[in-house]
Design a protein around this ligand. Structure first.
Ligand code: 4NP
Length: 154
């Protein structure tokens, strides 16, 4: 199983979600059986580490995401990943613009796919403060726990 988390810049929400998922998976019976990566619909930050506020927030929860590097979503991702899980509806719309017809049903909202909130979005914290990053962490870590429970249940 291969999961790709997508947001706009790949420096805030999706790196935090990638870190939360990897940490929750590593601590579960699924360890080593699910691969997780992240990407942005935009490429402005390609090659950069996550936003320093995202790094600090994740570190505060015991997860090191400083080694991640941003990249833009590319066509091969639609074949390489089983699911493309988006932070918000704008990301879903942008990803679907590039999705081959046969892969459209494999594009979903992260929170909805995790089963924690139908139509739920992870709000962009980029222009916000530390509390907005904490909110993102709570959402993506809740999603990560739900995903692990869902996949572990088969
Ligand atoms: P992200 O946040 O999509 O959660 O990584 C953003 C990062 C950068 C920008 C927007 C959102 N930006 O406009 O550069």
């Amino acid at each position: 199983m291969k999961l790709l988390v997508v947001c706009l810049g790949n420096i805030c929400r999706s790196p935090m979600a990638e870190g939360a998922l990897q940490a929750r998976l590593a601590a579960s019976p699924l360890s080593g059986r699910v691969q997780v990566d992240s990407a942005g619909t935009g490429g402005w930050h390609a090659g950069e580490p996550p936003d320093r506020r995202a790094i600090a927030c994740a570190r505060g929860h015991g997860v090191d995401i400083a080694g991640q590097r941003a990249r833009q979503l590319h066509a091969a991702d639609f074949e390489a990943f089983d699911w493309i899980l988006c932070a918000d509806r704008a990301n879903v719309r942008d990803v679907l613009r590039f999705a081959p017809a046969a892969r459209r049903e494999r594009v979903a909202l992260l929170l909805e796919w995790a089963g924690i909130r139908a139509g739920g979005e992870v709000p962009d914290p980029y222009t916000g403060g530390p509390e907005d990053f904490q909110r993102v962490w709570r959402l993506v870590d809740s999603a990560a726990q739900a995903v692990v429970a869902r996949l572990a249940a088969g």
